[in-house]
Design a protein around this ligand. Structure first.
Ligand code: XUL
Ligand code: MN
Length: 346
C-alpha cells in the first residue's frame, strides 16, 4: 500500500467576506488584511491565494515601482507568518475598462487594458514567489448571442494567453471555468474547454486548469469527473472546493454542505490521482452565510477543512474489495447502499 499523503490547505482574503449580496449591504464590518492573515494562522492553514488587487490594493493607480515595493512587503509578511503564496489572479471584472468583457471586449482599448493588467499580475506573482496565475474569465462571454462574434472571441482569448506566456517563460496559467454568472454564457464553461484552448496557445504545457466544485455543478457536471479528466492530462494545478445546491447563483457553500456524496466522490478522485503530491494546494472558495455573526466568521473555513478530512478517512476506509465484487456482479443497487451506509457510519 502506498503511504497516504497529507494535504495542504489554502483560502483567499475574499473568503472572509462581509455578507453583501445584490439585494443588501454587508452584515459584518470590513476587516484588515493583517487580521485575515492572523485568522489564517490561527486556523492552521498553509497558503493564501490572491487577486492582484488583494496583493496591491488600487493597483491601477500605482506605478511599477510601487507595485514591486508593496508586493515585496507582502511577501515578507507572508513568510513571517509561515504562509505560502498559492496563486495570483487578475481581477478583470471590476474596472470601467472591463464592462463589456476583458480579453474579448469589443473595444480594443479595453482589451489592451486587460492584457496590461494581466502582465502586471504576472509580475506580482513573480515578486511574491509563485509561478501560478489563475484566470477566472468572469466577463468573457455574452449577455446576448449577437453582441460578440464567438469565433473572434476564441482567437482573442488565445492571443491574450499567448501574450501572458511570452511575458514570462516560467509562469503557468490555470483557467478556472464557470459556465455563467455574471454572464448568460461564458466562452470557457468547462474543464474540457479550458484544456482544449490550451492546445491553441504557444506553450500548451503551461496552460492548465483550476476546478471549482460549484462551477462544475452549475455546468451540470459532476466535479469528481472533472477532477479525473483534468488529472488525466496532468493539468489540475489548483482546486476550489465548495458546494452548490443546484442550478442557481454561485453559492460558494461550505464543502459538502449541499451534497455529501458528491463531496466524497471529489475526495476519492483527488486520492486516486495523487492530487497534492506535486505541491498543489486544496483551496476552499467558500463564503460565510449572510446571517453569520462576527464571532462565527471563520466557521465555514474550519468546517470545510474538517469535512474534507473526515471524507478523506471515509475515502481511505472504503471497502474497495467489496465494492469491486459488487461491480463485477453488476449489483449496483447494493453498491449504492454500501456507499450510503459507509457515509452514514454503518
Ligand atoms: C468566482 C470565483 C473567483 C475565482 C478567483 O466565481 O470563484 O473567486 O476563484 O478569481
Ligand atoms: Mn473560485
Amino acid at each position: 500500500m502506498p503511504k497516504p499523503h497529507s494535504y495542504r490547505f489554502c483560502f483567499g482574503p475574499w473568503n472572509l467576506s462581509e455578507g453583501q449580496d445584490p439585494y443588501g449591504p454587508t452584515t459584518r464590518p470590513a476587516q484588515s488584511f493583517d487580521w485575515k492573515l492572523e485568522q489564517m494562522k490561527a486556523l492552521g492553514y498553509d497558503a493564501m491565494m490572491f487577486h492582484d488587487d488583494d496583493a496591491v490594493p488600487d493597483i491601477d493607480g500605482k506605478s511599477d515601482t510601487q507595485l514591486r515595493k508593496e508586493t515585496k512587503e507582502l511577501k515578507k509578511k507572508l513568510s513571517d507568518a509561515g504562509i505560502a503564496p498559492e496563486m495570483v489572479a487578475p481581477r478583470l471584472w471590476f474596472s470601467p475598462n472591463t464592462i463589456d468583457g476583458a480579453y474579448t471586449s469589443n473595444d480594443p482599448k479595453c482589451r489592451q487594458y486587460a492584457i496590461d493588467r494581466s502582465l502586471r499580475c504576472i509580475d506580482i506573482a513573480n515578486y511574491l514567489g509563485t509561478d501560478l496565475v489563475v484566470l477566472w474569465l468572469a466577463r468573457e462571454g455574452t449577455y446576448l448571442r449577437e453582441a460578440k462574434n464567438g469565433r473572434r472571441s476564441v482567437d482573442l482569448l488565445v492571443a491574450a494567453l499567448d501574450k501572458m506566456l511570452a511575458h514570462d517563460k516560467k509562469i503557468r496559467l490555470s483557467i478556472e471555468p464557470k459556465p455563467n454568472e455574471p454572464m448568460d454564457h461564458a466562452y470557457l464553461p468547462t474543464i474540457g474547454h479550458a484544456l482544449a484552448i490550451a492546445q491553441l496557445t504557444r506553450d500548451a504545457k503551461r496552460v492548465g486548469c483550476l476546478i471549482e466544485s460549484a462551477h462544475a455543478i452549475l455546468a451540470g457536471l459532476d466535479p469528481a469527473d472533472e477532477i479525473d479528466f483534468a488529472m488525466a492530462f496532468g493539468k489540475l494545478w489548483s482546486l476550489h472546493l465548495n458546494d452548490q445546491n443546484g442550478l442557481k447563483f454561485d453559492q460558494d457553500k461550505p464543502f459538502g454542505s449541499a451534497n455529501l456524496r458528491v463531496a466524497f466522490n471529489q475526495v476519492r478522485a483527488l486520492e486516486r490521482n495523487g492530487y497534492g503530491k506535486k505541491g498543489e494546494f486544496v483551496c476552499f472558495d467558500v463564503h460565510p452565510f449572510r446571517p453569520t455573526k462576527v464571532e462565527h466568521w471563520l466557521a465555514h473555513l474550519d468546517n470545510s477543512r474538517r469535512t474534507f478530512l473526515l471524507l478523506l478517512e471515509k475515502a481511505r476506509s472504503f471497502n474497495e474489495r467489496q465494492a469491486q465484487a459488487l461491480i463485477a456482479d453488476r449489483n449496483y443497487a447494493a453498491l449504492d447502499q454500501m456507499v450510503l451506509e459507509h457515509l452514514m457510519g454503518k
